[in-house]
Write a protein that binds this ligand. Structure first.
Ligand code: ZN
Ligand code: ZN
Length: 395
């Protein structure tokens, strides 16, 4: 395909809250300077996608969701190699991880390494590369729109993936695992011997647990009301698991830490109950790290003098305060060295045609993570395909 001409792709288009996505032909623009066109191998379903579809978060429609993906480069925009950020040596055919984090590389935030706070001018922020066959704009959901055969994204959103890494499992690196890892490594800066508590053991929490293990934290407590997720958490590095419906969290933390309490308590869920009394579980100098997105109406009460007196901090962690160009390669290294289990997090895979079932699996809480393979024919799946019976049965 010559540069400058768009392509026709199949994509899962969402038309409204509560409406299952439909598979439609869309026009995808050719990549402009500093953009790249990628053929999608795998795209994981994230709770953020579903938060738009169930109305938890407001959005306009129609849009194509899917924002943590892998694929391979099929076209580079003109001057694409001038971008100084990730993958400046990118070439057609390279396998890549795609993230929703889009950064200009030159604004004040980007110069300080704060990719997630970028305020720069990026043309994709103003103009979706997607349109229907009548020419009407389709929103590129969460900056990617990877429940589709191909995407056009900014160069900052793409990191090279070594050939020997499984692209299905690696799709998790684009959002959930990245967020959990970053919350531990970047936001909280967990060190060896720190006592860490992870509240919520879904996709983000599982990444946080593994990051805490990589950092050498001990003990590592996992809190989740779902028995299967507590079992899985033990495999991801938790030394203790807590059922909030049955166990007294303060008692478990007190025993596990010899009375010192938590150096870092990471809340990866948006459930308001997860924040109740969380500050009381912190050791002096401890951090409460808020990763999960609660509703805008959720408030917490804090006595400022108590924070000051005990040197406690409350830290917000947007996408794990991620620096894409450093953190995704680090995660790939950890995975290749056997320190980061990604395959164990993938419970099932689906074709694009079967995406509604993939969404339903996540809504029903049956899977830890499910992944859509947009370029695989439905016949090869025979509906849902369970990859890991262990993961499926424990999540
Ligand atoms: Zn996500
Ligand atoms: Zn920027």
């Amino acid at each position: 395909m010559p540069a400058g001409r768009g392509v026709t792709i199949r994509a899962a288009v969402s038309h409204g809250v509560g409406v299952p996505p439909s598979i439609e032909d869309l026009q995808l623009n050719a990549p402009s300077p500093n953009e790249v066109r990628v053929e999608i191998t795998a795209c994981a379903v994230c709770h953020s996608d579903l938060s738009y579809l169930d109305g938890t978060w407001a959005t306009d429609f129609p849009l194509v969701l899917g924002h943590e993906a892998t694929g391979y480069v099929v076209e580079l925009g003109e001057s694409g190699n001038e971008y100084g950020g990730n993958g400046s040596d990118l070439a057609v055919g390279d396998p890549v991880v795609i993230t929703l984090i889009r950064s200009c590389g030159i604004c004040r935030a980007c110069r300080r390494g704060h990719d997630v706070a970028c305020t720069g001018e990026i043309s994709l922020n103003r103009r979706s590369p997607l349109a229907d066959t009548a020419g009407n704009r389709i929103i590129q959901g969460l900056n990617v729109g990877a429940f589709a055969e191909q995407v056009v994204v900014h160069r900052s959103q793409v990191v090279k993936l070594p050939d020997d890494v499984d692209p299905v499992a690696a799709s998790l690196l684009g959002c959930g695992v990245l967020t959990g890892y970053g919350a531990v490594a970047n936001t909280a800066q967990v060190a060896a011997g720190d006592a860490v508590v992870v509240v919520g053991c879904g996709g983000v929490g599982s990444g946080a647990l593994q990051a805490a293990r990589i950092a050498g934290a001990d003990p590592i407590l996992a809190v989740d009301p779902t028995p299967e997720k507590r079992v899985a958490a033990l495999g991801f590095g938790a030394t203790h698991v807590v059922d909030p419906a049955r166990d007294d969290i303060a008692t478990v933390i007190t025993r596990a830490t010899g009375g010192y309490l938590a150096d870092h308590l990471l809340v990866t869920t948006g459930a308001p109950a997860a924040l109740d009394g969380a500050i009381d579980l912190l050791a002096p100098m401890g951090n409460l790290v808020i990763v999960g997105m609660a509703g805008d109406d959720v408030k917490i009460e804090v006595a400022p003098s108590w924070l000051a007196a005990a040197n406690k901090s409350i830290l917000g962690s947007k996408m794990g305060t991620t620096r894409v160009a450093e953190d995704i390669p680090s995660l790939i290294d950890h995975h290749r060295a056997g320190r980061l289990d990604l395959q164990g997090m993938v419970s099932s895979v689906h074709s694009l045609d079967n995406i509604a079932e993939a969404f339903d699996e996540v809504w029903r809480g049956e899977v830890l993570r499910t992944v859509v393979l947009p370029n695989e024919a439905e016949e090869t799946f025979q509906g849902s395909k369970t990859i890991s019976k262990k993961a499926a049965s424990t999540c």
